[in-house]
Every structure is written in C-alpha cells, then in structure tokens.
Design a protein around this ligand. Structure first.
Ligand code: ACO
Length: 393
C-alpha cells in the first residue's frame, strides 16, 4: 500500500457565551483576581447555560471544522470525542454528536483526562495510516463546570467549559501528523480525581454528602508532574519526527496555567512568541484546551503552510501526550465558495436526514413488533401441530 499521510484540513471551536470573570468568583469564594492571575494567568472562563451540553458544543465546533474542510457530515468515516465530562455514562457522547450532526458513521468516546485530544488525534491517525478510513472528525470537549465544587476555591477558579474539533484527512502528499508520544502513570490517580459516581464509589447519598462527585486536585503534585513530562514529551515527539527544537515554529501546550506554560517554554529554550496561550480567556478546558488553542492560532494566521506545530498535554491519570504536525494544504483544493454558500443548509439537511433515519427505524420497529404479534398465534398453532404429529409417530 502506498504511504498514507493524515492532515488536519478543518478546525473549529465552540465556547459557551456565558463568561465568568475572576471578579464574579470573588463574590462566590474567598479569592481575588490578583491571586488567580498571579498563580495561573486566568482572567475569565466560559460556563454552559441550561440547554448547553457536551454534545451541543461538540456539534458547534464540528460544524465549523467541517465547513473549513469543505465537507458535509455524511463525508465523515469516524468520529472520536475526547472527554471526561460526557452528557451521560451511557450512551457515549460521540454517538449523540454523530446523531445531532447528521453523520452516518461509527463514533466512540475516549477518556484520557486533559491529554485526551492528542490521544484522539493519534487514534484517528492510526485509522488513516492503515487505510481503514479517509476522514475522521476528532473532538475535544468538556463541560467541567458540573464537576466543580463551587465552594472549593482551590479548584473552582481553574476550569472552564468548551469544545474544539479538527477534521483529519488522508493524503498521498507528505506532511501532516509526523510523530506522537503517549504516556500514562496511574500511580498519580489520587492527585487529580473525581472519586465518586463510578464503579469504585457508586452514586449514593453517602457519595453526594462526601462531595465525591467533584474534582479534587493536589495542585503542587500536579505541577511537579507537569514540569517533568511537558518538556520530555515535547522533546521525544520532536526527535521522533526527525526534527530539532529549532525546527518547531509553534508550540500549543495544554492550557492550565500560564506559569507552567512559560516554564515549559523556558525549559525547552523556545521564545514565547512561538507559544500559543489563551488560558487567560478560557481557563483549563481539559481535553478541549489544545483544539481550541489550535483553532484560534489558525484564525489569527499564526500557523501557515510548511510550519511545524507541536502540541503537548498532560492531565489526570496521570497521562501525557505530544505530537508534531507539519502544516500543509490538502492535496485536493476545496471548493470554498460553494461550501460556504450551502454549508448552513447542508447541516440542516444532514440533521433532518438523521431524524428521518430515526423515524424510519422507529416505524420499522413498530411494524416488526405488530407483525410478530399478529403471527404469534400462527407460530403457536404450527408449533403445536408439529409437536402433535411427532408424538403420533
Ligand atoms: N484564592 C486564594 N487563595 C487560594 C486559592 C484561591 N483561589 N486557592 C488556594 N489558595 C490558597 C491556599 O489555600 C493556600 O493557602 P495556605 O497557604 O493558607 O494553605 C495558598 O493559597 C497557596 O496554595 P498552593 O496550593 O500552594 O498554591 P500554588 O502556588 O501551588 O498554586 C495552583 C495553586 C495554581 C493550583 C498550582 O498548584 C497549579 O497550577 N497546579 C497545577 C494545576 C494544573 O495544571 N491543573 C491541570 C491538571 S490536568 C487537567 O487539566 C485536568
């Protein structure tokens, strides 16, 4: 098989409209804008309003990514959603995204904490490199605000909600994903954890009273871990891509703390002009942080053809991951004007087709149930006759 490359051909982001500033938090917990900004660089974050969920913001980001790629939902072969805050434990939020988008393809959710997006990108790359699929929609999406104890000042100032998405497409032209490094160290589980609600500590009154349904974090332990892995993972991914740090044009680190981002850049000897930072506006959106930052960097023209982009993340688990992507246009140019003109109508048609498929399936289910009910006496009669004739033999 000829070598297959996977390139990011579409990107988008969707953040809730509701802004929660540090001044707003000062009214809820004993904190200050000065403390939050000096420790983390965060000035404000977005939080969902009623009606907004992980799937709705995922769909918002995905539609943008599809529009940029010049694709319709039906063109997508696979959807992978990285998240730790899905709409439900069951079904997978990826299936909800597939349905709401109007796509007709497999979909699954992947959980690797804040590192999830790079894990998902690496997974999508495998499906493309092996020739299984040509176009994969990769989403990082979180609604962490529901897992925040808004009385705990040590965590509630740090997080925000949002979603980012990319389209990864097969290409015969060199470029795109060059390398990736994935890591996990489960011995760090307790330092960043939602203790309750899973099989280890199921939902119960005791669990709620214990406030175990909220994120708990040992910030200092997480900092120590992050300082170690961010530099190491970046270097490994750069080396595996056959490059040196001098070749990296843009670094997109996980957006949790400006201090940590600056420290990583210093450690690697990269000037801050090469580093994308938006933690001040969105705080830590976990698996959504890197794709949101990527989409913004592209919107601002900070990533251009031929550039080497390194994305590196760390998070709960502990987990970490890094990837190097060589930016390049897809082999086939997209027909922009046509796409832009018809995209909103196309999305409406895809959604309508999805609903129609559901209705047809429901009708078919009802028809088959009724038919079975009607045929049941016949089956019973035939069965009895068969049994009787056997006993007469
Ligand atoms: N406002 C005011 N004071 C506060 C606040 C707050 N919001 N939060 C904590 N404090 C207090 C503490 O109670 C403590 O007071 P004490 O000394 O009287 O006990 C004091 O500030 C210092 O607390 P530290 O925890 O030592 O503060 P530190 O300088 O370490 O900064 C921070 C805390 C910002 C959380 C830091 O540890 C950090 O950046 N950790 C990493 C966070 C991170 O990367 N998370 C991402 C993980 S992966 C994922 O995204 C899910």
């Amino acid at each position: 098989m000829a070598e297959r490359y996977s390139k990011i051909t579409g990107w988008g982001k969707c953040v809730p409209a509701k802004v929660l500033t540090n001044a707003d938090l000062e009214k809820i917990v004993d904190t200050s804008d000065e403390w939050i900004v000096s420790r983390t660089g965060i000035r404000e974050r977005r939080v969902v309003s009623p009606g907004e969920t992980n799937s709705t913001i995922s769909v918002g980001a995905s539609r943008q990514a599809l529009d940029v790629a010049g694709l319709m939902p039906k063109d997508i072969d696979l959807i992978v959603v990285a998240t730790s805050s899905p709409d439900h434990f069951l079904p997978s939020v990826a299936s909800q995204v597939q349905y709401q988008l109007g796509a007709d393809c497999p979909a699954f959710t992947l959980a690797a904490g804040c590192t999830g997006f790079v894990y998902a990108l690496a997974t999508a790359h495998q499906f493309i490199a092996t020739g299984t699929y040509d176009r994969v929609l990769v989403i990082g999406s979180e609604v962490i605000s529901h897992y925040i104890n808004w009385e705990d000042r040590t965590t509630c100032v740090l997080f925000g909600d949002g979603a980012g998405a990319v389209v990864l497409e097969a290409s015969s032209q060199p470029g795109g994903v060059q390398s990736f490094v994935l890591g996990s160290d489960g011995s760090g589980a307790e330092y960043l954890i939602v203790r309750g609600g899973g099989a280890a500590f199921p939902m119960s009154q005791e669990m709620i009273d214990d406030k175990a349904n909220y994120i708990e974090m040992d910030g200092r332990k997480v900092v120590r871990f992050a300082i170690r892995v961010m530099g190491e993972a970046t270097l490994q991914a750069v080396e595996e891509a056959g490059l040196t740090l001098n070749d990296i044009d843009v670094l997109i680190p996980h957006q949790a703390s400006l201090r940590l981002i600056e420290r990583t850049a210093r450690q690697l000897g990269l000037p801050m002009e090469k580093v994308i930072v938006n933690v001040d506006r969105y705080a830590n959106t976990s698996a959504a942080a890197i794709p949101i930052a990527l989409a913004e960097a592209l919107e601002e023209g900070r990533i251009r053809n031929g550039m080497n982009v390194c994305m590196v993340g760390y998070g709960g688990g502990f987990t970490w991951a890094a990837t190097v992507v060589r930016w390049g246009q897809p082999a086939e140019p997209v027909e922009w004007p046509m796409v832009w003109r018809f995209a909103p109508a196309g999305h409406r048609i895809s959604m309508a087709a999805s609903k129609l498929r559901l209705q047809v399936r429901q009708l078919a289910d009802v028809a088959s149930y009724r038919a079975n009910a009607l045929l049941l006496p016949l089956y019973t009669f035939a069965g009895r006759r068969e049994a009787k004739s056997k006993s007469e033999e």
